[in-house]
Ligand binder design. Structure first.
Ligand SMILES: [Ca+2]
Length: 226
């Protein structure tokens, strides 16, 4: 229920229907001088869950972000900054070039859930993965979190929001950036490998020098003895 003088956050229906009921009561005698003007709202029929960035895959809550199209931008939960929807799975796929990594900077995070965000806690959660399948490297993310950053290991990254059938929150907003890995790194690696090889190949020199030194001492002893 909504009342009072404030602007509510955007409301999104879970399906193709939404019903609103306006109930006007007689104000109490003491406050009859106060004027209430009711409300005015904008409505829109959406198929993109209110997510304007990326390319939507069909009618699903699945969005693709290619570095060839945009090197950085914002993405967020459905209906942000309003409440996200119940019982849904939303995918965000990031595809970079082979020399790029995906960097996500979360500037808002409030996903309804507690603790480890697992099934027992009946939590909604955000899942991160370097693959299309589950990535055991990352635990589930839920609750209220301060700004944080996530990085992909390779050129691909996946973020998925899971919500259950009860309680919702505002969700999240993040900045994505495709970061080019400096090519110097691989050159350095090559150089390091090269110097390592020369070190390895020069290593047997030491015993030879030692042998020479031993021989020199031996000769010295010999000459002194004579
Ligand atoms: Ca929930």
């Amino acid at each position: 229920m909504l009342c009072g003088a404030f602007l509510p956050k955007p409301i999104m229906s879970n399906g193709p229907r939404l019903q609103l009921q306006f109930v006007g009561q007689h104000p109490p005698a003491m406050t009859n001088k106060v004027q209430y003007y009711g409300f005015r709202a904008e409505y829109r029929f959406l198929t993109n869950f209110g997510i304007m960035s990326g390319i939507q895959k069909g009618q699903d809550c699945a969005f693709v972000y290619n570095s060839s199209e945009r090197i950085s931008g914002l993405f967020h939960s459905p209906n942000f900054p309003g409440y996200y929807l119940e019982n849904m799975v939303c995918h965000y796929y990031f595809y970079g070039a082979s020399d790029e990594r995906v960097v996500l900077h979360f500037t808002y995070f409030d996903v309804e859930g507690i603790g480890t965000c697992d099934h027992q806690t009946a939590s909604d959660y955000l899942e991160f993965s370097n693959f299309m399948s589950t990535d055991r490297k990352y635990s589930r993310y839920c609750g209220k979190l301060q700004n944080f950053e996530m990085r992909s290991d390779g050129r691909f990254f996946r973020v998925t929001l899971h919500s259950n059938d009860r309680f919702v929150a505002i969700g999240f907003r993040a900045l994505y950036t495709f970061e080019t890995i400096p090519m110097n790194n691989s050159n350095n690696d090559l150089r390091e490998t090269a110097s390592m090889q020369s070190y390895v190949s020069s290593a047997p020199l030491k015993p030879i020098l030692f042998k020479f030194f031993q021989l020199f001492i031996f000769v010295l002893i010999l000459t002194n003895g004579i």
